[in-house]
Design a protein around this ligand. Structure first.
Ligand SMILES: Cc1ncc(COP(=O)(O)O)c(C=O)c1O
Length: 403
């Protein structure tokens, strides 16, 4: 058996999505910008994909959805173009974000700092969530943009986007949310929640890699990041990747059509897995309140066991997991989100992220429980650091106690 439990890094493309994409490689292959029938043949499929995406997030207008190559591009676009439009081209000088954003936001903010922009990186509480009042307290009349993720990729914790959106609206500050880990997993309703810009990525909800979208409320002005041939009304140039756009549309439709039911089923499996690991293995901790987490995610810390050692053992048992963000999986740094939550350095080296999907089966959950336990037992038996830790008497379960 082999078990993929790294669905926050990427997901398997749903076979129904692949099937929907296939005709657009070698049958309907014209450039949608060409005026001949080969080009225009793809127009209905593009219109359908836009319709599928805008309905899935309940946007007010189809024109508010622009396809990109990935969420990294969507995030860069918002941050860099707000800098161009409102800081270089206006009277603002400040951006607010959080310490636990994805590197595509954090690295862009670092780049903007080098250009002279003031950036505030907000801390998170012990649940790993930034609080709305903290956001409010840092907004000044020089703030151009607040960028706060909808759900965290490592912990699955859901941020108070509705409240933050209201604060930004009241204060007249632009609000961007990286919703990559939220769309397709929890409801995202853009008519209930005020967001100016929202980033999405198809490969996180069983669509293809290499396609994403940016929602721009009321199609408000935002300078292009990619200049060129006036595609997507001049907002985002580059020949449209029709098969991938079709795939994103199909994937978002499938992911959101029975969202409540799908969420419930994934959560049942996630909770069973989490309960079993906490019960069977002493000195384990999970991060964050389950009710305020995406239904598929567990970040578990195993005292005395390096995350990388666990990944190795799990990999030997053909289980794919992660120590945090996929981009950081090859280095041996402590989990930055766990550090931000207040974990000590030793504990922050022990985090393992298990992320399920709608394709995860009960048999797979059982297999992971069994092999996770074996891996911890083996690694603890050879760990000098675990021998120094006084095990919790009776294997008492301690949850969310990172402070
Ligand atoms: C929260 C978050 N934002 C952005 C990204 C980047 O998405 P993409 O791979 O589409 O560039 C990821 C991917 O790991 C993510 O988890």
């Amino acid at each position: 058996m082999q078990v993929y439990m790294d669905n926050n890094a990427t997901t398997m493309t749903d076979p129904q999505v692949v099937e929907a994409m296939l005709p657009f490689f070698s049958e309907v292959y014209g450039n949608p910008n060409s005026l001949h029938k080969f080009g225009t043949a793809s127009h209905p499929a593009i219109a359908k994909a836009i319709d599928q995406v805008y309905k899935a997030v309940n946007a007010a207008d189809e024109d508010d959805i622009i396809f990109t190559s990935c969420a990294t591009e969507s995030n860069n676009w918002v941050l860099q173009s707000v800098w161009v439009d409102h800081i270089l081209g206006g009277d603002k000088d400040h951006i607010i974000t959080t310490e636990v954003e994805h590197p595509s936001v954090l690295s862009t903010c670092k780049f903007l700092e080098e250009q002279g922009v003031k950036v505030t990186y907000l801390p998170v509480n012990e649940q790993g969530v930034v609080e709305a009042h903290t956001v409010k307290s840092f907004i000044t009349d020089k703030t151009a943009l607040v960028s706060v993720m909808w759900a965290n990729n490592e912990t699955g914790m859901i941020f108070p986007i509705e409240e933050i959106g209201e604060i930004c609206r009241e204060k007249g500050v632009l609000f961007h949310s990286d919703a990559v880990q939220a769309v397709g997993k929890i409801p995202v309703d853009l008519q209930k929640v005020h967001v100016d810009f929202l980033s999405m990525s198809a490969h996180k909800f069983h669509g293809p890699k290499g396609v994403g979208a940016l929602y721009i409320k009321n199609s408000q002005p935002l300078s292009p990041l990619l200049h060129g041939g006036e595609h997507m009304g001049g907002r985002r140039s580059g020949t449209l990747n029709v098969p991938y756009i079709v795939g994103m549309g199909k994937a978002i439709e499938l992911a959101t059509e029975n969202l409540e039911e799908t969420r419930r089923k994934i959560r049942e499996k996630r909770d069973r897995l989490e309960d079993a690991l906490l019960e069977l293995i002493p000195d384990t901790f999970t991060v964050g309140d389950r009710d305020n987490r995406t239904p598929n995610t567990i970040l578990i810390s195993v005292r005395g066991v390096e995350g990388e050692g666990m990944l190795w053992d799990l990999n030997n048992a053909a289980i794919g997991a992660s120590t945090g963000s996929a981009c950081a999986s090859e280095d041996l740094e402590a989990n930055t989100v766990m550090l931000a939550i207040g974990a000590d350095n030793e504990l922050a080296h022990t985090g393992i992220r298990l992320s399920l999907s709608r394709f995860t089966t009960d048999e797979e959950v059982d297999y992971v429980i069994d092999h996770f336990k074996k891996a911890v037992e083996r690694l603890r038996s050879i760990s000098s650091s675990y021998a120094k830790v006084k095990p919790t008497p009776g294997g008492e379960v301690r949850e969310c106690e990172l402070h």
